[in-house]
Design a protein around this ligand. Structure first.
Ligand code: NDP
Length: 329
Protein backbone atom coordinates (compact mmCIF):
# COMPACT_ATOMS: atom_id res chain seq x y z
CA UNK A 1 0.00 0.00 0.00
CA UNK A 2 1.18 3.50 -0.87
CA UNK A 3 -0.36 6.59 0.69
CA UNK A 4 0.10 10.26 1.48
CA UNK A 5 0.42 10.26 5.25
CA UNK A 6 0.51 13.07 7.80
CA UNK A 7 1.93 11.47 10.92
CA UNK A 8 0.93 14.11 13.48
CA UNK A 9 -0.66 17.54 13.67
CA UNK A 10 1.52 20.18 12.02
CA UNK A 11 3.74 17.66 10.24
CA UNK A 12 4.42 17.68 6.52
CA UNK A 13 2.59 15.19 4.35
CA UNK A 14 4.84 12.50 2.90
CA UNK A 15 4.41 9.39 0.82
CA UNK A 16 4.64 6.19 2.82
CA UNK A 17 4.85 2.65 1.51
CA UNK A 18 3.95 0.43 4.37
CA UNK A 19 2.11 -2.30 6.03
CA UNK A 20 -1.49 -1.77 5.07
CA UNK A 21 -2.84 -3.01 8.40
CA UNK A 22 -0.86 -0.32 10.17
CA UNK A 23 -2.12 2.39 7.85
CA UNK A 24 -5.70 1.22 8.04
CA UNK A 25 -5.65 0.79 11.82
CA UNK A 26 -7.51 4.02 12.53
CA UNK A 27 -10.60 3.21 10.47
CA UNK A 28 -14.07 3.08 11.98
CA UNK A 29 -15.32 -0.30 13.17
CA UNK A 30 -18.21 -0.15 10.71
CA UNK A 31 -15.83 0.38 7.76
CA UNK A 32 -16.46 -3.11 6.46
CA UNK A 33 -15.78 -2.66 2.75
CA UNK A 34 -12.23 -2.80 1.39
CA UNK A 35 -11.31 -1.12 -1.88
CA UNK A 36 -8.51 -0.92 -4.36
CA UNK A 37 -8.47 2.81 -5.02
CA UNK A 38 -8.29 3.80 -8.69
CA UNK A 39 -8.47 7.58 -8.31
CA UNK A 40 -9.08 10.29 -5.80
CA UNK A 41 -9.53 13.97 -6.57
CA UNK A 42 -8.15 17.24 -5.23
CA UNK A 43 -10.62 19.48 -3.44
CA UNK A 44 -10.21 22.73 -1.52
CA UNK A 45 -10.53 20.71 1.70
CA UNK A 46 -7.62 18.48 0.68
CA UNK A 47 -5.52 21.61 0.26
CA UNK A 48 -6.55 22.64 3.78
CA UNK A 49 -5.68 19.18 5.12
CA UNK A 50 -2.22 19.15 3.56
CA UNK A 51 -1.54 22.74 4.62
CA UNK A 52 -2.40 21.82 8.23
CA UNK A 53 -5.52 23.99 8.38
CA UNK A 54 -7.60 22.03 10.86
CA UNK A 55 -9.43 19.54 8.63
CA UNK A 56 -7.75 16.38 9.92
CA UNK A 57 -8.90 15.11 13.29
CA UNK A 58 -7.14 11.76 13.77
CA UNK A 59 -3.47 10.97 13.21
CA UNK A 60 -1.72 9.43 11.44
CA UNK A 61 -4.00 10.75 8.72
CA UNK A 62 -4.46 10.11 5.01
CA UNK A 63 -6.03 13.06 3.13
CA UNK A 64 -8.41 12.71 0.20
CA UNK A 65 -12.17 13.25 0.56
CA UNK A 66 -13.00 11.30 -2.62
CA UNK A 67 -12.47 7.70 -3.64
CA UNK A 68 -13.30 5.86 -6.82
CA UNK A 69 -12.35 2.22 -6.62
CA UNK A 70 -13.17 -1.46 -6.83
CA UNK A 71 -14.44 -3.59 -3.94
CA UNK A 72 -11.90 -6.24 -2.91
CA UNK A 73 -13.59 -7.47 0.28
CA UNK A 74 -17.05 -6.81 1.65
CA UNK A 75 -18.73 -7.24 4.99
CA UNK A 76 -21.94 -5.79 3.60
CA UNK A 77 -24.62 -7.62 1.67
CA UNK A 78 -25.03 -4.49 -0.50
CA UNK A 79 -21.57 -4.78 -2.04
CA UNK A 80 -19.65 -7.59 -3.75
CA UNK A 81 -16.07 -8.08 -4.81
CA UNK A 82 -15.55 -6.39 -8.17
CA UNK A 83 -18.19 -3.68 -7.74
CA UNK A 84 -17.01 -0.29 -9.01
CA UNK A 85 -17.94 2.38 -6.48
CA UNK A 86 -17.60 6.06 -5.73
CA UNK A 87 -17.43 7.62 -2.28
CA UNK A 88 -17.58 11.36 -1.54
CA UNK A 89 -17.11 12.59 2.00
CA UNK A 90 -18.57 10.52 4.83
CA UNK A 91 -15.62 11.65 6.94
CA UNK A 92 -12.86 10.16 4.79
CA UNK A 93 -9.86 12.46 4.50
CA UNK A 94 -11.04 14.24 7.67
CA UNK A 95 -11.92 11.85 10.51
CA UNK A 96 -11.07 8.66 8.67
CA UNK A 97 -8.25 7.67 6.28
CA UNK A 98 -8.94 9.12 2.84
CA UNK A 99 -8.38 8.52 -0.84
CA UNK A 100 -4.76 9.62 -1.37
CA UNK A 101 -3.83 5.95 -1.06
CA UNK A 102 -3.85 2.79 -3.13
CA UNK A 103 -6.16 0.98 -0.70
CA UNK A 104 -8.95 2.01 1.63
CA UNK A 105 -11.45 0.56 4.05
CA UNK A 106 -14.77 2.41 4.11
CA UNK A 107 -18.33 2.34 5.42
CA UNK A 108 -20.84 0.69 3.10
CA UNK A 109 -23.73 3.14 3.50
CA UNK A 110 -22.20 6.11 1.70
CA UNK A 111 -20.99 4.13 -1.31
CA UNK A 112 -22.66 4.68 -4.66
CA UNK A 113 -22.37 2.31 -7.60
CA UNK A 114 -20.44 3.93 -10.46
CA UNK A 115 -23.21 5.13 -12.78
CA UNK A 116 -23.40 3.50 -16.21
CA UNK A 117 -21.43 5.46 -18.77
CA UNK A 118 -19.18 7.24 -16.27
CA UNK A 119 -15.62 5.91 -16.14
CA UNK A 120 -13.62 5.78 -12.91
CA UNK A 121 -11.47 8.72 -14.05
CA UNK A 122 -14.51 10.85 -14.87
CA UNK A 123 -16.21 9.98 -11.58
CA UNK A 124 -13.10 11.22 -9.79
CA UNK A 125 -13.10 14.34 -11.96
CA UNK A 126 -16.64 15.02 -10.78
CA UNK A 127 -15.67 14.19 -7.19
CA UNK A 128 -16.94 16.03 -4.13
CA UNK A 129 -16.97 19.37 -5.95
CA UNK A 130 -19.24 18.10 -8.73
CA UNK A 131 -21.35 16.06 -6.35
CA UNK A 132 -21.85 19.16 -4.16
CA UNK A 133 -22.65 21.34 -7.18
CA UNK A 134 -25.31 18.82 -8.21
CA UNK A 135 -26.83 18.69 -4.72
CA UNK A 136 -26.97 22.49 -4.74
CA UNK A 137 -28.62 22.54 -8.19
CA UNK A 138 -31.20 20.01 -6.98
CA UNK A 139 -31.89 22.24 -3.96
CA UNK A 140 -32.68 25.15 -6.29
CA UNK A 141 -34.96 22.99 -8.39
CA UNK A 142 -36.65 21.42 -5.34
CA UNK A 143 -37.18 24.97 -4.06
CA UNK A 144 -39.18 25.74 -7.19
CA UNK A 145 -36.62 27.72 -9.21
CA UNK A 146 -37.30 27.23 -12.93
CA UNK A 147 -35.42 28.52 -16.00
CA UNK A 148 -38.33 30.87 -16.85
CA UNK A 149 -37.94 32.59 -13.45
CA UNK A 150 -34.81 34.43 -14.58
CA UNK A 151 -31.03 34.39 -14.23
CA UNK A 152 -29.24 32.14 -11.76
CA UNK A 153 -25.86 33.11 -10.32
CA UNK A 154 -22.83 30.91 -9.65
CA UNK A 155 -20.07 32.40 -7.46
CA UNK A 156 -16.53 31.03 -7.21
CA UNK A 157 -17.26 30.24 -10.84
CA UNK A 158 -13.86 29.07 -12.08
CA UNK A 159 -13.35 26.74 -9.11
CA UNK A 160 -14.35 23.08 -8.93
CA UNK A 161 -17.84 23.50 -7.48
CA UNK A 162 -18.52 26.59 -9.58
CA UNK A 163 -17.40 25.06 -12.89
CA UNK A 164 -19.63 22.01 -12.55
CA UNK A 165 -22.52 24.10 -11.17
CA UNK A 166 -22.43 26.21 -14.34
CA UNK A 167 -22.40 23.12 -16.57
CA UNK A 168 -25.30 21.32 -14.86
CA UNK A 169 -27.47 24.44 -14.52
CA UNK A 170 -26.90 25.42 -18.15
CA UNK A 171 -27.73 21.89 -19.31
CA UNK A 172 -31.02 22.11 -17.37
CA UNK A 173 -31.91 25.22 -19.40
CA UNK A 174 -31.02 27.97 -16.91
CA UNK A 175 -29.47 31.28 -17.99
CA UNK A 176 -26.35 31.25 -15.83
CA UNK A 177 -24.34 34.27 -14.71
CA UNK A 178 -20.84 33.43 -13.49
CA UNK A 179 -19.12 35.57 -10.85
CA UNK A 180 -15.35 35.25 -10.99
CA UNK A 181 -12.21 37.01 -9.85
CA UNK A 182 -10.63 35.79 -13.07
CA UNK A 183 -13.12 37.36 -15.48
CA UNK A 184 -10.49 38.22 -18.08
CA UNK A 185 -8.35 35.10 -17.84
CA UNK A 186 -11.22 32.60 -17.48
CA UNK A 187 -14.14 34.41 -19.18
CA UNK A 188 -13.98 32.31 -22.37
CA UNK A 189 -13.75 29.12 -20.31
CA UNK A 190 -16.79 30.09 -18.21
CA UNK A 191 -18.86 30.95 -21.30
CA UNK A 192 -17.78 27.68 -22.94
CA UNK A 193 -19.01 25.85 -19.82
CA UNK A 194 -22.44 27.42 -20.31
CA UNK A 195 -22.38 30.84 -18.64
CA UNK A 196 -24.33 33.50 -20.54
CA UNK A 197 -22.51 36.33 -18.79
CA UNK A 198 -19.47 36.69 -16.57
CA UNK A 199 -19.32 39.37 -13.86
CA UNK A 200 -16.34 40.51 -11.81
CA UNK A 201 -16.58 39.03 -8.32
CA UNK A 202 -15.60 42.40 -6.82
CA UNK A 203 -19.16 43.55 -7.58
CA UNK A 204 -20.19 41.20 -4.75
CA UNK A 205 -17.15 40.62 -2.55
CA UNK A 206 -15.84 44.07 -1.69
CA UNK A 207 -18.43 45.54 0.67
CA UNK A 208 -21.95 44.89 1.84
CA UNK A 209 -24.13 47.32 -0.06
CA UNK A 210 -27.75 47.92 1.02
CA UNK A 211 -29.61 45.12 2.87
CA UNK A 212 -32.05 44.96 -0.04
CA UNK A 213 -30.74 45.63 -3.54
CA UNK A 214 -32.18 45.42 -7.05
CA UNK A 215 -33.61 41.96 -7.68
CA UNK A 216 -31.28 40.11 -10.04
CA UNK A 217 -31.25 36.37 -9.29
CA UNK A 218 -34.00 33.74 -9.34
CA UNK A 219 -31.50 31.48 -7.59
CA UNK A 220 -27.82 31.16 -6.80
CA UNK A 221 -25.17 28.59 -5.94
CA UNK A 222 -22.55 30.16 -3.69
CA UNK A 223 -19.23 28.54 -2.84
CA UNK A 224 -17.76 31.75 -1.42
CA UNK A 225 -19.78 32.87 1.67
CA UNK A 226 -19.04 36.09 3.58
CA UNK A 227 -19.72 39.52 1.98
CA UNK A 228 -20.42 37.86 -1.36
CA UNK A 229 -23.24 35.73 0.05
CA UNK A 230 -24.78 38.67 1.92
CA UNK A 231 -24.92 40.68 -1.32
CA UNK A 232 -26.25 37.70 -3.29
CA UNK A 233 -29.11 37.27 -0.79
CA UNK A 234 -29.86 41.00 -0.96
CA UNK A 235 -30.11 40.75 -4.78
CA UNK A 236 -32.22 37.60 -4.90
CA UNK A 237 -35.71 37.92 -6.39
CA UNK A 238 -38.96 37.37 -4.55
CA UNK A 239 -39.26 33.65 -3.55
CA UNK A 240 -35.77 32.90 -4.89
CA UNK A 241 -33.49 30.19 -3.49
CA UNK A 242 -29.78 30.47 -2.65
CA UNK A 243 -27.80 27.29 -1.97
CA UNK A 244 -24.68 27.97 0.12
CA UNK A 245 -22.00 25.32 -0.14
CA UNK A 246 -18.65 26.93 0.57
CA UNK A 247 -16.58 29.58 2.28
CA UNK A 248 -13.73 30.44 -0.08
CA UNK A 249 -14.07 34.11 0.93
CA UNK A 250 -15.00 33.40 4.56
CA UNK A 251 -17.48 31.75 6.94
CA UNK A 252 -19.06 34.98 8.20
CA UNK A 253 -22.56 36.08 7.19
CA UNK A 254 -23.21 39.58 8.46
CA UNK A 255 -26.48 40.33 6.71
CA UNK A 256 -30.00 41.25 7.78
CA UNK A 257 -33.27 39.30 7.84
CA UNK A 258 -34.77 41.61 5.19
CA UNK A 259 -34.30 39.32 2.15
CA UNK A 260 -36.15 36.54 4.01
CA UNK A 261 -39.01 38.52 5.55
CA UNK A 262 -39.61 40.98 2.72
CA UNK A 263 -38.83 38.83 -0.32
CA UNK A 264 -39.42 35.31 0.97
CA UNK A 265 -35.89 34.34 -0.05
CA UNK A 266 -34.74 30.87 1.02
CA UNK A 267 -31.14 30.30 2.10
CA UNK A 268 -30.46 26.60 1.99
CA UNK A 269 -27.27 24.59 2.27
CA UNK A 270 -25.59 21.80 0.35
CA UNK A 271 -23.56 19.34 2.41
CA UNK A 272 -21.80 16.51 0.63
CA UNK A 273 -20.15 14.92 3.68
CA UNK A 274 -23.24 13.64 5.45
CA UNK A 275 -25.60 13.40 2.48
CA UNK A 276 -27.99 10.48 3.00
CA UNK A 277 -27.79 7.55 0.62
CA UNK A 278 -30.94 8.45 -1.38
CA UNK A 279 -29.59 11.94 -2.06
CA UNK A 280 -26.19 10.50 -3.06
CA UNK A 281 -27.83 8.15 -5.54
CA UNK A 282 -30.13 10.88 -6.86
CA UNK A 283 -27.26 13.35 -7.34
CA UNK A 284 -25.06 10.80 -9.13
CA UNK A 285 -27.93 9.75 -11.39
CA UNK A 286 -28.56 13.42 -12.25
CA UNK A 287 -24.84 13.97 -12.96
CA UNK A 288 -24.78 10.94 -15.26
CA UNK A 289 -27.80 12.30 -17.12
CA UNK A 290 -26.91 15.99 -17.34
CA UNK A 291 -23.18 16.52 -17.29
CA UNK A 292 -21.51 16.88 -20.66
CA UNK A 293 -18.62 14.43 -20.23
CA UNK A 294 -16.51 15.96 -22.96
CA UNK A 295 -16.73 19.30 -21.18
CA UNK A 296 -15.81 17.51 -17.97
CA UNK A 297 -12.71 16.08 -19.65
CA UNK A 298 -11.69 19.52 -20.85
CA UNK A 299 -11.94 21.07 -17.38
CA UNK A 300 -9.98 18.22 -15.75
CA UNK A 301 -6.28 17.79 -15.12
CA UNK A 302 -4.59 14.79 -13.52
CA UNK A 303 -1.75 14.69 -11.00
CA UNK A 304 0.03 11.88 -9.15
CA UNK A 305 0.40 11.27 -5.41
CA UNK A 306 3.83 12.92 -5.46
CA UNK A 307 2.31 16.22 -6.63
CA UNK A 308 -0.35 16.44 -3.93
CA UNK A 309 1.90 18.36 -1.52
CA UNK A 310 2.83 21.39 -3.64
CA UNK A 311 -0.70 21.50 -5.06
CA UNK A 312 -2.16 22.59 -1.69
CA UNK A 313 -0.87 26.15 -1.93
CA UNK A 314 -2.22 26.52 -5.48
CA UNK A 315 -5.77 25.47 -4.64
CA UNK A 316 -5.80 27.54 -1.45
CA UNK A 317 -4.67 30.58 -3.44
CA UNK A 318 -7.62 30.11 -5.83
CA UNK A 319 -5.28 29.46 -8.76
CA UNK A 320 -6.67 26.10 -9.81
CA UNK A 321 -9.22 25.97 -12.61
CA UNK A 322 -11.87 23.27 -12.79
CA UNK A 323 -11.16 19.82 -11.42
CA UNK A 324 -8.04 17.81 -10.58
CA UNK A 325 -7.95 14.03 -10.49
CA UNK A 326 -5.34 12.31 -8.32
CA UNK A 327 -4.09 9.12 -9.98
CA UNK A 328 -2.96 7.18 -6.91
CA UNK A 329 -1.34 4.27 -8.76
P1 NDP B 1 -11.82 25.84 -5.58
O1 NDP B 1 -10.59 26.36 -4.92
O2 NDP B 1 -11.70 24.97 -6.76
O3 NDP B 1 -12.75 27.09 -5.97
C1 NDP B 1 -13.04 28.16 -5.11
C2 NDP B 1 -13.25 29.41 -5.96
O4 NDP B 1 -13.73 30.47 -5.13
C3 NDP B 1 -11.96 29.94 -6.56
O5 NDP B 1 -11.62 29.29 -7.76
C4 NDP B 1 -12.33 31.39 -6.79
O6 NDP B 1 -13.12 31.46 -7.98
C5 NDP B 1 -13.25 31.71 -5.62
N1 NDP B 1 -12.52 32.39 -4.53
C6 NDP B 1 -11.36 31.98 -3.94
N2 NDP B 1 -10.99 32.86 -2.98
C7 NDP B 1 -11.95 33.82 -2.95
C8 NDP B 1 -12.14 35.01 -2.19
N3 NDP B 1 -11.26 35.38 -1.25
N4 NDP B 1 -13.21 35.77 -2.43
C9 NDP B 1 -14.11 35.43 -3.37
N5 NDP B 1 -13.99 34.31 -4.15
C10 NDP B 1 -12.93 33.52 -3.93
O7 NDP B 1 -12.65 25.12 -4.41
P2 NDP B 1 -13.93 24.14 -4.57
O8 NDP B 1 -14.76 24.61 -5.71
O9 NDP B 1 -13.49 22.74 -4.46
O10 NDP B 1 -14.67 24.49 -3.19
C11 NDP B 1 -15.27 25.78 -3.04
C12 NDP B 1 -15.78 25.93 -1.61
O11 NDP B 1 -16.80 24.98 -1.37
C13 NDP B 1 -14.73 25.70 -0.52
O12 NDP B 1 -14.97 26.60 0.54
C14 NDP B 1 -14.99 24.27 -0.08
O13 NDP B 1 -14.56 24.03 1.23
C15 NDP B 1 -16.51 24.21 -0.21
N6 NDP B 1 -17.03 22.87 -0.41
C16 NDP B 1 -18.08 22.48 0.36
C17 NDP B 1 -18.65 21.25 0.20
C18 NDP B 1 -19.85 20.88 0.97
O14 NDP B 1 -20.14 19.70 1.14
N7 NDP B 1 -20.60 21.85 1.43
C19 NDP B 1 -18.07 20.28 -0.74
C20 NDP B 1 -17.04 20.82 -1.60
C21 NDP B 1 -16.52 22.07 -1.40
P3 NDP B 1 -12.92 32.64 -9.07
O15 NDP B 1 -11.44 32.70 -9.33
O16 NDP B 1 -13.74 32.22 -10.24
O17 NDP B 1 -13.43 33.89 -8.39
Amino acid sequence: MRAVVIEAKGEQARIVEGDEVELLAAVAEDATVELDVSYSSYNYKDGMAIAGRGILRNFPAIPGIDIVGVVTKSGSSDWSVGDEVVLNGDGIGELLPGGFATRARVRPDALVRLPMGISAHRAAAIGTAGFTAMIAALKLEDGGVRPEDGDVLVTGAAGGVGSIAIAVLASAGFRVIASSGRKDAQGDYLRWLGASEVIDRRELSEEIAKPLQSERWAGAIDSVGSTTLVNVLAQTKYDGVVAACGLAQGPDLLGTVLPYILRGVTLTGANSVNAPRELRERAWAALAERLDLEKLDALTQTIGLAETNPYASQILAGQVRGRTVVDVN
